[in-house]
Design a protein around this ligand. Sequence first.
Ligand code: NFE
Ligand code: MG
Length: 510
Amino acid sequence: MSKIVIDPVTRIEGHLKIEVTVDGGRVREARASGTLFRGFEIFLRGRDPLDAQRITQRVCGVCPTAHATASSRALDDAFGVKDAIPENGRLLRNLIFGCNYIQSHVLHFYHLAALDFVDVAAAADHAGEDLDLASIRGFIGRGALGPFLPREEGDFRLSKEDNRRLAAHYVEALKVRRMAHEMLAIWGGKMPHSVGIVPGGVTQGPTTDRMANFLGKLQTVREFIEHRYIPDVLTVAKAYPDYFEIGAGCGKYLAYGVFDAGNGATHLVGGTTDAALAVCDVDAAKITESVTSSWLAGETLHPSEGRTEPDVKKAGAHSFIKAPRYDGAPHEVGPLARALAAYVRGAEPVKTLVDEVLSALGAEPKALFSTLGRHAARAIETKIVADAMVGWLTKLVPGEPHCAEFKRPKESRGCGLTDAPRGALGHWIRIEDGKIADYQLVVPTTWNASPQDERGQPGPIEQALVGTKVKDAKSPVELLRIVRSFDPCLACAVHAVSPKGRMLGEFRVA
Ligand code: NFE
Ligand code: MG
């Protein structure tokens, strides 16, 4: 029996440590640890409730809009205006958040995950005119390899031509992400840490020139999704079909739903699903967080009563991540969980698009429970969100209200649920004497990268690794591909800003 330690897992956000024991060439046990703590839930206490929208965005530079959305929804609830958001406010919140979804999903595929499957070295001897490939060739020629590392040799399967094409799209994707940021800034002032989404709605209303500017950029982004992102995921999927068979995970999925459709409905529907393709509505009372394996004091609690008290000497603890559970069980969150909830409910356009992708790959729905299933679900969702944004844009009415008036109660409680790009996100606030008395965040990667709970149940990423065959313990690319398919963000998971840390991971084989 041997042990592989990957610390930190790189090309993700923040510091994730993965330890596995390998027996007979397969992973027998896996342990995920978040190795950073900064305590947003602690320093929010005593502040003005309106600060929550500003401060919680600083949890993460990739998904600040998700935290702006969850905190504003928690405050809508606490201030009693959650049913009073004007139409323009609802639609602009969706448009602002939609830009962040597109940016985040494109970032994940091209810049965080693709280079495990695409050999960027194929651009080194490119002699043609393509400026994007020439730019990569320039980086390689100068020995400036940082953006492309770590690069695990040994299992690159695309043709040289496909490797080059996808490497060029890596560069094109950087420009698309910039455009998504610019689109968000049309409504939200800046990105990251935008000022657009606030309790009651948004800070500014629509004008025809902003709408026209936004639509032009949106069409460019939609073309990229249609002609690059989705075909590129299919190219990878066809070359690595065994990744539809590994990395399945815990077999239980949770989505709260996202993009307000009015009257309590969401455009991307929520629900809990399981591997037998049964779906149920979510009951937020069934959410708990365990701290058995975490360097945190206390016991299993509902987040509305949650505590955050570090205890770095705690015996048996190995992570700063809590272990969220739904109805006592670990649940995977993210694009796959959302796709499954919609697919099983027969919600369009998800059902048709998922069936189209499965038929292009000659795969059954059960193939979705896998490493590549997560990539496919994320790509399909990017198209659905970008397409829906056209409809939201055309419903805006310049001159109509965009934010509800609210009074600030001395005492109140609020809960804001949404789905962030990486999965189910909840913020809970308790206001006392006009100030934040308690604030708890239960974040997507907290669900996915959670450690064992008090019943000894491992978290979703830990379960996804168990059983995986590792060909070369010194270059465990299978483990990295599985972990990255969850798009982990440790900065979010521990609710901390990631400092500039060790840039290159190390693999230790004991
Ligand atoms: Ni730091 Fe985040 C998203 C949130 S993930 S990226 O999406 O919320 O844990
Ligand atoms: Mg928390």
